[in-house]
Write a protein that binds this ligand. Sequence first.
Ligand code: ATP
Length: 474
Amino acid sequence: MNHVPEMVSEQPDNGPSLAEVVSLSKRAGFVYPSSEIYDGMAGVYDYGPRGVELANNIKATWWNEIVRKRQDTVGLDAAIVMNPKVWEASGHVANFADPLAECRDCNTRVRVDHLLEAIGVIADDKMELSEINSLFTDHKTELKCPTPNCGSRDFTPAKQFNLLVATNIGNFTGDLDKDPVWLRGETCQGIYVDYKNVMNSSRVQTPFGIAQIGKAFRNEITARQFIFRTREFEQMENQRFVAPDKEMEEYETLRQERMDFFIKNIGLKPSNLQWFQHSKLAFYANAAWDIEYRYPFGFSELEGVHARGDYDLTQHGNASGSDLSYRDPHTGEKYTPHVIESSCGVGRTVLAVLCDSLKTEQLENGERTLLQLKPSLAPIKVAVLPLAKNKSDIVERSQRIFSAISGEFATEYDDNTNLGKRYRRQDEIGTPMCVTVDYDTLEDGTVTVRDRDTMKQVRIADSQLEQFVRDALK
Ligand code: ATP
């Protein structure tokens, strides 16, 4: 695999460390380890009160751009479990695997392609096991077990480990190995198998897209780097069905749109994004590029953008016996559409957004942690902060302001501790506006609105607050 980064911009950015992001996530309620009171569950995370809002805002932004704003794309929510024949036809039962080896000294399981990558040797996920094993042998003396205090160089040979996760839904034999039903390993298979139903029940014509957001499951050998690689995760996938002779033209358009999305709609810094081209392709694929984000551990995949030819529909057509061809209503021409896709992880986007926006600023009276989120993604848009907790008319006025805006904007009411601390709390969860209600509010009906980034305050009539917030969030 040839790493061919195509930089969008060459400005490096000194972002936060992963430890800082993990610490903020826990402290401020973005992400927690799953079932932590029982020592957690490796590779699984929960989104807390702030995290669920951030993730929902990311998903809504994606859905809006991909489905709502377009006339040629429709949405879908296919089930997580499907007939197991789907995963045989797609090739997952036979081939959805990563190369696994075990340290002979401490029994840690390692992903051989990752070990090789760490010393600069690219073992593409499209390589045969024999190719990976010969690279593994060639570089044996340079590789060592990553477990702290181990460092052994003695590994078993690599074998392919299938990533599909089995469930016993509808299986009453008590034997999971018997006719396993898989939790989906990627959401797009639901799209391919529903393609005919969507075509027959809507008026889509090529080129058209079917988009879906949903959970996927993979038995990742080494779940690591916080929410970057987890065993349960969510994907946002858009599969576009195009005429065979338009595949590459449509693909280039999709690539451009996807990079624009992360910059304009998600607000990631161009200097933290780059293209990576896979030079070794699956036999059916015509192009594969990834959008990579500069995570604290280096540039890594945020989204895959692929041109997959007619492989998916052909496989499912042949295996199911259904006719998955398309007839052009204008020319009468019949063909199996080619698929171009964008496939993105919600968790990887949340992590990119947190890394991109977390800062520490030195102030005269100490420092503040600031999450400089795009306002549309902020978990809370407005915080209402009464200046007196026990003064009934200030409390009553503040509650009225909260009720007036909270139906339209995610609003938080906070009357706990001194105002400085309340500002700090809102800054670190990225709240763009804080509204304070004080004695002047009772006198002249004005409130103070403080801007998160500049910390500048303006006084406006509380009757104008709704419009003020609406304008500020545009
Ligand atoms: P990687 O090479 O990092 O394992 P992949 O090439 O297997 O990723 P795809 O199968 O193309 O990933 O999945 C599409 C997207 O789904 C990825 O770009 C990523 O954002 C997300 N994704 C895949 N696997 C995981 C995972 N284990 N945890 C979180 N997100 C994931």
